[in-house]
Design a binder for this molecule. Structure first.
Ligand code: HH2
Length: 301
């Protein structure tokens, strides 16, 4: 693929935030979404940031490393039925809110970065938006029947991530004829549902859901053929960082998957991703600046 072709497939513009704000999507470089897991059991950093002070310190560190947004999650979404056994324990809404709010309330006055809340539950999203969150990252893509109306009323952006089946069992009985065509069609359908529920088009971000109900080869194919998803015309978020399909390439544990995560970041950037959800912000930022300066259609660092 030539540099001109890369430029053509990069979907750009802006995402409209609540309260009149706009998140500009710069040409040639995806925005980096720093992961802040306030959980005891996330696959790569579970338990490290459960304490609110440590979570806030971690979030501020990611901000100082150059994150463009911060994504706060208080429920691990490790899928079950595959390498993670039974997967993560579902967390009741009250417990999720009790973990999330102390972090959100302390962090909100300390940073101007947009804060996203990674939740499948409208009740948690409502509490987080009231405490100053700017967008919702919904890995169940409107699985909670109350989510679309809540987001439409709040006028905030939403990330709709593709998955199939229940979180606890989705790595069993995976069946796709053409993973990219099917993920694309299912994302188009959920985006249409969101629009008909009153969510504005420029508040929708789509995500192919790497690792959620897909085998390793299917995740790699989704990454390689990302331009087909980008062609839907919505900004696309890619979460590949430290995931097990990258671990399969080297046998490395989650904490040692930075090289493969950077390779995935390069492919996603070339494929037109507007956002990369990453654990290692500083390294990813330097890597992408180097890539753009040496080889890319992108901006100088
Ligand atoms: N992946 C994870 C969690 N949330 N959200 C989006 N939009 N896309 C993703 O790919 C995605 C996501 C899983 O990563 P992590 O948060 O590190 O782990 P855990 O779910 O175990 O907390």
């Amino acid at each position: 693929m030539t540099a001109t072709e890369h430029t053509k497939i990069v979907a750009r513009g802006a995402v409209a935030l609540a309260r009149g704000g706009r998140l500009e999507l710069p040409a040639g470089r995806p925005l980096l979404v720093g992961v802040v897991n306030v959980t005891p059991d996330s696959f790569s950093d579970g338990g490290r940031f459960l304490d609110p002070d440590r979570a806030v310190a971690h979030a501020l560190e990611l901000a100082s490393e150059g994150a463009d947004l911060l994504d706060l999650g208080a429920e691990s979404t490790r899928p079950g039925g595959g390498v993670y056994g039974e997967g993560a324990r579902p967390v009741p809404a009250g417990e999720e809110i009790d973990r999330l709010l102390p972090v959100l309330e302390r962090l909100r006055p300390l940073t101007r970065l947009p804060l996203s809340v990674d939740t499948r539950k409208a009740e948690v999203a409502r509490a987080a938006l009231a405490a100053g969150a700017d967008l919702v990252n919904d890995v169940s893509a409107l699985g909670d029947p109350a989510m679309a109306a809540l987001v439409a009323a709040a006028g905030c952006p939403i990330v709709l991530m593709h998955s199939r089946g229940e979180l606890g069992t989705m790595q069993r009985g995976i069946r796709f004829e053409d993973v990219v065509a099917e993920v694309k069609a299912e994302l188009a359908a959920v985006a249409a549902r969101a629009v008909s529920a009153g969510i504005e088009r420029d508040r929708i971000v789509l995500d192919p859901g790497l690792g959620f109900g897909k085998r390793g080869d299917q995740n790699r194919e989704l990454l390689r053929r990302l331009p087909e998803i980008v062609a839907l015309g919505f900004p696309v978020l890619v979460g590949a960082s430290r995931k097990s399909f990258l671990g399969e390439l080297s046998g490395a544990p989650p904490s040692d998957r930075l090289p493969e995560s950077l390779a995935a970041a390069a492919v996603a950037t070339r494929g037109g991703a507007a956002f990369l959800r990453v654990h290692d912000v500083a390294a990813t930022r330097r890597f992408l600046a180097g890539l753009a300066a040496l080889d890319g259609p992108g901006e100088e660092p």
